[in-house]
Design a protein around this ligand. Structure first.
Ligand SMILES: NC(=O)c1ccc[n+]([C@@H]2O[C@H](COP(=O)([O-])OP(=O)(O)OC[C@H]3O[C@@H](n4cnc5c(N)ncnc54)[C@H](O)[C@@H]3O)[C@@H](O)[C@H]2O)c1
Length: 387
C-alpha cells in the first residue's frame, strides 16, 4: 500500500478528526494508499502536542505554517484554520506544490475563493478537494444512486439543511466562528452551507436565483476571558435560502437550503429531502440508519423505512448490519481523497468523489447572492461567472 505523507495546518477540532481517521486506516478494506501525518503546524503549541503525543510519525511541529510548506517530506496538506486565513494558506500550499484538502467554505468570501481557484488552476498536477463528509452516509449514497438513475422522475422540490442548537444558550462564549473578521460575512452559511449544497450541486441542480432570510439572533456574547466582558457577535446565526433551481434537462423546482446555529433541539442535524413524481426520499442524521423512500407507480403512496446499515461506498471491516456515524463519514471522505491522489479509480458512484473546488465556488456565488438578497429584501440572480 502506498503511503502519502501529510502535513496538517490547524490542529483544532477538525485537524484531530483527520488524525483519528488516519489512525484507524485498517478499518478500510482494499485501499491502495494510506495517509501518514509527518508534520503539523498550529499557532499555539498545546494542540500540536496532542499530535506529537499520539503520532510518533510526526517529525516536524511548528507554529509557522510556511516552515511546514518547505518540508520536502510533505506531499499533501490538510488545512483546517479559521476562514480569514484560507486564502493565504491555501494559496501558499498550492504555490509550494503540495496536494490540498481544504476545509470549507474554501475562502472567507467570493474574492478569496476565486483567488484559491486561480492558484489551483495554475497547478493542474495537484489534487484539490474541499471537505464535506455527509454525502458519505450510506443512505445518502443510496440517494446518489437514485439521482444517477433519474429515479425521482420530475423533481417537485428539494429541501436540505444543517441545524445546530448550542448557540441557543446566550451565555455560550464567543469564539472566532462568531466574529465577522475571522468567520466572514456569510456567518452560518460559511460554516454549514457547503454541507447542504454538496448533494444538490453534484446532482447538477443549479440555483438560478435566491431569496434569503438571515437572522442575527444573539448580537453579543461573553468574550470567554472570565472577567464579565462581552464581544459583538455580528455573524448571521440562521439562514433560510429559497432558490429556484434548474436541472440539466431544463426543468426547475424550489430548492430550500437551511443552515442554523440556533435550531432548538438539534445538535448536529444534517437532512435531505427530495420529492419527485416517481420517487421521494427523506434522510436525517437524527436517525442515521434509516432512509425513508416512497416509490410511486400509480398505486398506493406508502413511505417505506429502509435500514441501510453499514454499507459505505469504500468497503470497511464493520459488518453490514451495524450503524454508521459521523467519524465513519469523515474517514470515507478521506478514502476518496487518497484514492484520487494516487490515481486509482473511484467507485462508480455519483457521490464517491469529494467536493470539488468548482462546487465550493458555486456555493460562494450562492452565498454572495444571498447576502444581497437579505440586504435588499429582494430575489437575486446567482451569478454564472467562473474565475
Ligand atoms: N467538515 C466539518 O464538519 C467541519 C466542522 C467544523 C469546522 N470545520 C471547518 O474547519 C476549519 C477549522 O475549524 P475548527 O472547528 O477545526 O476550528 P478550531 O478553532 O478548532 O481549530 C483551528 C485551529 O487553527 C489554529 N490556527 C489559527 N491560526 C493559525 C495559523 N496561522 N497557522 C496554523 N494554525 C492556526 C488555531 O490555533 C486552532 O487550533 C474551518 O474552515 C471550519 O469551517 C469543518
Amino acid at each position: 500500500m502506498k503511503t502519502v505523507r501529510f502535513g496538517v495546518i490547524g490542529c483544532g477540532l477538525m485537524g484531530r478528526e483527520f488524525a483519528s481517521a488516519s489512525a484507524r486506516w485498517c478499518h478500510l478494506k482494499g485501499m491502495s494508499a494510506r495517509p501518514e501525518i509527518v508534520a503539523v503546524s498550529n499557532r499555539s503549541e498545546a494542540p500540536r502536542r496532542w499530535f506529537t503525543d499520539h503520532f510518533p510519525s510526526v517529525r516536524q511541529s511548528t507554529s509557522d505554517y510556511r516552515e511546514l510548506l518547505t518540508n520536502e517530506d510533505v506531499e499533501a496538506v490538510y488545512i483546517a484554520v479559521p476562514h480569514h486565513l484560507h486564502r493565504e494558506v491555501y494559496g501558499a500550499t498550492l504555490g509550494a506544490g503540495k496536494h490540498l484538502f481544504g476545509e470549507k467554505p474554501f475562502g472567507m468570501d467570493l474574492a478569496a475563493n476565486e483567488s484559491i481557484l486561480e492558484a489551483a488552476k495554475a497547478r493542474p498536477d495537484l489534487l484539490v478537494r474541499c471537505c464535506s463528509q455527509f454525502p458519505y452516509y450510506p443512505s445518502v449514497q443510496v440517494i446518489g444512486q437514485m439521482i444517477a438513475k433519474s429515479a425521482f422522475g420530475r423533481i417537485l422540490e428539494v429541501n436540505a439543511g444543517f441545524l445546530h442548537s448550542s448557540d441557543l444558550n446566550p451565555d455560550k462564549p464567543a469564539n472566532w466562528k462568531r466574529i465577522v473578521e475571522f468567520n466572514g460575512a456569510y456567518g452560518v452559511m460559511g460554516d454549514l452551507g457547503m454541507h447542504v449544497c454538496h448533494v444538490p450541486f453534484r446532482a447538477g441542480w443549479r440555483p438560478r436565483n435566491v431569496r434569503a432570510i438571515l437572522s442575527n439572533i444573539i448580537p453579543d456574547r461573553p468574550d470567554g476571558k472570565g472577567l464579565g466582558g462581552r464581544v459583538e457577535t455580528a455573524t448571521w446565526d440562521n439562514a433560510t435560502l429559497l432558490c429556484e433551481a434548474e436541472t440539466p434537462d431544463g426543468g426547475h423546482f424550489p430548492l430550500t437550503l437551511r443552515t442554523a446555529r440556533i435550531a432548538p433541539g438539534e445538535s448536529n442535524t444534517w437532512y435531505l429531502e427530495i420529492l419527485g413524481t416517481e420517487a421521494s426520499v427523506k434522510f436525517s442524521t437524527r436517525n442515521p440508519n434509516v432512509l425513508h423512500v416512497l416509490e410511486y407507480d400509480g398505486g398506493r403512496q406508502d413511505w417505506r423505512e429502509v435500514c441501510v446499515g453499514y454499507t459505505p461506498v469504500f468497503p470497511a471491516i464493520t459488518g453490514g448490519i451495524f450503524e454508521f456515524g459521523f467519524t465513519d463519514a469523515i474517514q470515507q471522505m478521506w478514502a476518496a481523497f487518497l484514492t484520487e491522489l494516487v490515481g486509482e479509480k473511484l467507485p462508480d458512484a455519483l457521490l464517491a468523489r469529494a467536493a470539488t473546488p468548482e462546487e465550493a465556488h458555486l456555493s460562494h456565488l450562492l452565498f454572495t447572492a444571498a447576502l444581497r438578497s437579505a440586504e435588499q429584501s429582494s430575489t437575486e440572480t446567482v451569478s454564472a461567472s467562473h474565475p
